[in-house]
Design a protein around this ligand. Sequence first.
Ligand code: FAD
Length: 240
Amino acid sequence: MIAYKSTLLNRTEVAEETMAFHFEKPRNFLFKAGQYIDLHLLGSEPDRSNGLTHTFSIASSPLAEDLVVTTRMRDTEFKRALSAMPIGTEVQIEGPMGSFALHNNTARPAVLLAGGIGIAPFLSILSHAAMEKLRHPIFLFYANRYFEDAAFMEALWKLGEANPRFRFVPTFTRLPKNYRGWKGETGHISPEMLSTHVGRLRGPIYYLAGPPAMVAGACRTLCEAGVDQDDIRTEEFAGY
Ligand SMILES: Cc1cc2nc3c(=O)[nH]c(=O)nc-3n(C[C@H](O)[C@H](O)[C@H](O)COP(=O)(O)OP(=O)(O)OC[C@H]3O[C@@H](n4cnc5c(N)ncnc54)[C@H](O)[C@@H]3O)c2cc1C
């Protein structure tokens, strides 16, 4: 695996306690939308051996200038180091890795199921699909507990407006009924919710990303709804 040098360019808050980190995209670093990297924060020892590494899906499109990753800012050693890093700090990136990429057959719809920060690889896939005018019908079901937890909502609504083949379905699992006039979906992603928006559940390819418990739950839901396991692709954010 090749290790590339990069630098931190910017950090932005994208939801409550959730940050996006923009890194310089190393020259010759090519990846497919949906892939991930290992991000090494270099250590302070002379040989830098006391560095820290975490895995992150790339949230930006392969055609974008920066490499963006996004995460919930918990009080862990890695995230304390990441949030304290001055702009311009050098890091190492290893990758790209993974095969969580959109299928080629545009006749088969893609149904994306994101739990919380599991939105990261889908943001890359959707931005890329919009830029390249890919012809797949795409449905995104995006589950968060509250409005405040849902990152990149504005960008996702805009992608929905720009691409007639893309339907965006956010759902909130702990929102009281009619909260602030919300008329969209509430509750966990269920077979009924999927059928309402997708229609026939056998046919599409399903992509699931998020914490392992969410991915396992969504997988069970799909199998109970009769979806063939061969049509389900998953990216578990191990460590959540
Ligand atoms: C393919 C892949 C893609 C991923 N993409 C993303 C992504 O895009 N965004 C993202 O945020 N994450 C992603 N992850 C997960 C990421 O690599 C981290 O594991 C995650 O962000 C948690 O990091 P952390 O620093 O909060 O916890 P860590 O410090 O790494 O802790 C790991 C585990 O230990 C537990 N833990 C931590 N501290 C303690 C403690 N003191 N006592 C007991 N238990 C503790 C945590 O709850 C967690 O379960 C991805 C993982 C994989 C495998």
